[in-house]
Design a protein around this ligand. Structure first.
Ligand code: ARG
Length: 595
């Protein structure tokens, strides 16, 4: 662990002052340029092209949570089998006349048999009729939407209030148009007396309008108009945002929180968001009304942070239909198993200093373990739950399995503390593509020997959470590296040290030809004063999310020298190995999401 020396610390205020005076003079120019640009925001500066090339949709678990009837496999939300659903629930009826034990079972069955859609809750009686139709005067494709709900005798017009592309996409899907709606234009009211309409609200992921929430609105109101998608009326390619599903939408409608594409691809690669929408730090725009609504919509959780205790579980008017499917969806979610990681048992108030390089105390890094081989601590490691420790592949050899001792709650290995525990190792699993000369895939798992036949627990230890998506943390995020490695001047260290570093983008500029973006990540400080060093290998680089949950973002792997600004520390990018770890330790041990 390389820490800043006092001399360079003294320089810091001077450097900061210089920086300040610079920004003070430079900023107005910068601002003006920005203002000019924002007169007509060209969608291109909202969009992250590198991300777009990854072709994310509502089924990319790197970007969004899967539905509770789906699980994440290789980055894509795929349907569970009906038996994998929670058993708890009420019966629902499908359009094919079949009845299902639960909504979840129907939704997972629908993945295999797309034409068995949700019809109504309760048993199938064979009498119920749900219908969506377009009412139009002329020959053109514009029409007023009419809906016949199973619980009502008559069909009714839909109100314009609350009507938008989210709802229109679902309606057009019901009308047989897989790409959803083209537009929601104003349409003249027909010349008859209509004094009531249906207010409809959807999430946009429904496959039938009857899964949305309906309420009755009395009084003469404007009505909802819709044109379903057709290629000839869609905006030309040069003015359009190209959705992953092939649909073209007006370019200005990307990154506004509204799922215009229908597959959400217009909202998943945004550097910022426009209109009434909220920007998740994962680069996703969600509708503003999802903020502080009690449900985590951003994978990063920022939509439910800093709500000031004002989380308002949306208490909408009661649905006309007997069971509200959005409520049911949330209920199914709440039945899925949960787990706990990355939350310390008690918060220490001792760690006040911002600049790291500090001495750790018991309980500060409850996931940190030490690997003893020979007569010293050879490497660090990270406890991830169960019997499992993650470390760097270059730290361990399968043939030495019996010679490792894993210490938890260790601070100083010269003066051992009482909280200390140790375990022997049962099995060493080195990544099958670990390359000892390039340090690619520098990751290994250690299975600890159980002390008895009981479960494998590590007293005093808390597992670090494992990141399931590379979008959980962004460049410049401040994270913490810790270990027993060498200090400046190659001095040996006996006690656990930690330091704050930030995530560094574009690391190939520092290590041309040696840095592999997909598998590695860089972190450091601008002056290089804080860095991992020899002996820190295998140890954690952890980052905290907005809810103070700690994730293992990197494993100390390599770096040229220690503490040189032109050579930041290189870490194994743990999010890239989430599936690999899950395959060996079992998915349910390491995540509660998308299971
Ligand atoms: N490979 C080193 C070890 O075995 C870790 C080096 C990390 N170096 C750095 N400058 N960040 O401990």
């Amino acid at each position: 662990m390389q820490v800043p020396d006092v001399a360079s610390m003294r320089l810091l205020p001077v450097v900061l002052l210089l920086l300040c005076s610079c920004t003070r003079f430079c900023r107005p120019h910068y601002r003006k340029e920005n203002e000019k640009k924002s007169e007509l925001p060209p969608a291109s500066d909202l969009l992250d092209t590198k991300c777009l090339a990854e072709r994310h949709t509502h089924r990319s678990c790197d970007k969004v949570f899967c539905q509770p009837w789906q699980k994440c496999i290789g980055g894509t939300c795929l349907c569970k089998l009906p038996y994998q659903c929670p058993k708890n629930g009420t019966r629902v009826c499908a359009t094919n006349g079949k009845s299902f034990l639960t909504y979840c079972q129907l939704k997972s069955f629908q993945c295999l048999q797309p034409d068995s859609k949700f019809l109504n809750s309760g048993e199938c009686t064979g009498q119920e009729k749900f219908d969506v139709s377009l009412h139009h005067e002329g020959p053109d494709s514009v029409g007023l939407l009419r809906v016949k709900l199973t619980v009502l005798e008559e069909s009714m017009y839909v109100c314009k209030d609350g009507w938008g592309m989210t709802q229109a996409n679902v309606a057009c899907l019901d009308l047989g148009n897989p790409l959803g709606a083209l537009d929601t234009p104003d349409v003249a009211r027909p010349d008859i007396n209509i004094d009531e309409c249906l207010h409809v609200s959807c999430r946009g992921t429904e496959t039938s309008l009857t899964e949305c929430t309906f309420t009755r609105r009395a009084g003469v109101q404007e009505l909802a108009g819709v044109v379903c998608y057709n290629d000839s009326e869609a905006p030309p390619a040069e003015k359009a945002f190209q959705c992953v599903n092939g649909k073209r939408i007006p370019r200005g409608k990307a990154c506004d929180g509204v799922n215009d594409c229908g597959d959400q691809s217009d909202e998943l690669c945004c550097t910022r968001c426009q209109g009434a929408s909220f920007h998740c730090s994962s680069g996703v725009c969600i509708p503003q009304q999802y903020r502080c609504n009690g449900e985590r919509d951003c994978i990063t959780g920022d939509d439910e942070a800093n709500c000031g205790g004002a989380e308002r579980p949306v208490t909408s008017e009661p649905n006309l239909l007997p069971l509200d499917m959005d409520t049911e969806r949330k209920r199914i979610k709440s039945l899925l198993p949960t787990m706990s990681c990355g939350v310390k048992q008690h918060m220490h108030s001792r760690r006040k200093r911002v600049v790291g390089g500090s001495q750790a105390h018991v309980g500060d890094f409850p996931w940190q373990v030490a690997i003893k081989y020979g007569d010293g601590i050879s490497c660090g490691g990270i406890y991830i739950g169960g019997c499992w420790v993650v470390t760097a592949a270059h730290c361990v050899r399968a043939s030495r399995v019996r010679q490792y001792i894993i210490f938890s709650s260790l601070i100083d290995w010269i003066k051992p503390n009482t909280e200390l525990h140790f375990r022997l190792v049962n099995k060493v699993i080195i990544h099958e593509n670990y390359n000892g000369s390039t340090y690619q895939n520098d990751i290994a798992l250690l299975q600890l020997k159980m002390p008895s036949l009981k479960e494998c627990e590590m007293p005093g230890s808390v597992p670090a959470c494992l990141p399931w998506s590379p979008y959980l943390f962004q460049p410049n995020h401040k994270c913490i590296v810790s270990g027993w490695g060498r200090e400046k001047g190659n001095l040996r260290v006996f006690s656990l040290k930690w330091g704050e570093v930030h995530l560094i983008n574009n690391c190939s500029q520092f290590y041309p030809g040696r840095y592999f973006e997909k598998e590695m990540l860089c972190a450091g400080t601008d002056d290089g004063s804080i860095d991992a060093c020899k002996g820190d290998s295998g140890g954690p680089l952890v980052c905290q999310d907005v809810n103070n949950v700690t994730y293992l973002w990197g494993i100390v792997s390599w770096g040229e020298n220690c503490g040189k600004p032109e050579f930041p520390g290189v870490y194994t990018k743990v999010s890239n190995y989430f599936d690999w770890i899950g395959r060996h330790v079992g998915r349910s041990l390491i995540t509660q999401y998308n299971l």
